[in-house]
Design a protein around this ligand. Structure first.
Ligand code: 2AL
Length: 164
């Protein structure tokens, strides 16, 4: 969508457009209500500023839309297409794939939520290294890492969706 169209869209349409970036209604409302943006950079800066203070409940809600690493999202929704593109670097050897499956399972058992990582720009081995290191975290140290990964994913998605 062009920035000018985003600026002039009805609030509900602008909010629906942002939904696939991250399903955090408070973040979406903050971005929609601060329109109009003079430049794309202003929009991205405001979106970044509004993102850090996500609560655990907001993270859990948003994570429901993220498939596990190594599991390709099925379906033609904007979210699924974005996820498939982000995970396109996660083509891996059978050995790495097996370790990711086992690591995802261990992560979910320990933290009670899906392992989330910004996959764009990372290959399977890099993701596995992060997964194995994050398994050593306490729930308290892990939460801010999840928030940062969700924030990175949301901002990359927004950058890809809005043109000048
Ligand atoms: C994802 C995803 O779908 N895209 C991304 O960057 N990370 N999933 C995940 N579990 O981390």
């Amino acid at each position: 969508m062009r920035l000018s169209d985003f600026n002039s869209a009805p609030s509900t349409a602008a909010a629906a457009f942002l939904g696939p970036c991250a399903d955090v209604p408070r973040w979406i409302t903050a971005i929609v209500e601060a329109r109009p943006y003079a430049t794309r950079a202003d929009l991205l800066a405001h979106a970044a500023d509004a993102a850090p203070a996500w609560t655990e409940a907001e993270l859990d809600r948003a994570l429901q839309h993220h498939p596990r690493i190594g599991e390709r999202a099925q379906g033609a929704s904007a979210e699924n297409e974005l996820s498939r593109r982000e995970q396109s670097g996660v083509d891996n050897s059978a050995d790495t794939a097996e370790q990711l499956v086992a690591g995802n399972r261990e992560y979910e058992a320990k933290f009670g939520r899906v392992f989330l990582i910004r996959a764009a720009g990372r290959n399977a081995e890099e993701i596995l290294t992060h997964l194995q290191s994050r398994l050593n975290h306490t729930p308290e140290n892990e939460l801010p890492v999840v928030a940062e990964q969700l924030r990175e994913i949301a901002l990359i998605r927004l950058e890809g969706l809005v043109t000048s």
